[in-house]
Write a protein that binds this ligand. Sequence first.
Ligand code: GSH
Length: 214
Amino acid sequence: MITLSAFRSVPPFAKGLVRDLRVRWALEETGQPYQTLRIGQDDKDTPAYRAMQPFGQVPAIDDDGFTMFESAAIVMRIAEQSDVLAPSDAAGRSRMIAWMFAAMNTIEPPIQNLTTIDLFDPNEDWAKQRRPQALAMAQMRLQSLAAWLNDRDYLEDRFTAADLLMTTVLRIPRQCDLVASIPVLEAYRLRCEARPAFKRALDAQMGDFEDMAA
Ligand SMILES: N[C@@H](CCC(=O)N[C@@H](CS)C(=O)NCC(=O)O)C(=O)O
């Protein structure tokens, strides 16, 4: 059975956003059982955990002795093992991979940049100067994404692992109306989040936090 690493506890702003959610969602979509390895700050630097995740981050997986890290790479591995999250034709899979990279490499960085400013340094002078530019960059990328999604339900002609990743990225800026103010993107996010597998994954992540708090 797959063992997935997750944090034992996180600050409230991170609950429901920690990147093990991506893996949980993919596993729920494909119907694979898993268990969690819940780690704390002290566990991140142990040799055993660094062997699983060289940067001490979550998520990482241990799949019957095969270990792997990077949330998108893990999601891709899961998608490649099933038709549930990936098209069966080679061209369709290549298009899915392009969008997976777009989610991680084109959309997530400007969103994360803005969110980091808002959450950690909102009152710093440098942050006040930098934020308008960070906001403009994030808006520019999201407007392009909205233009692509304007007449589509999903990034391609069906839900894939790329939509799963993109949705988790669009969830990040909860501190502002960056996504909520773009109706096409908000509708897309809600459409993907309406999938029963997403709800199960989110409940599982939140439930793990609650268990440890009890
Ligand atoms: N690129 C990595 C990023 C993982 C990541 O940023 N994980 C966060 C939690 S969402 C983390 O472990 N933060 C603690 C740290 O970086 O030490 C992935 O997608 O797996």
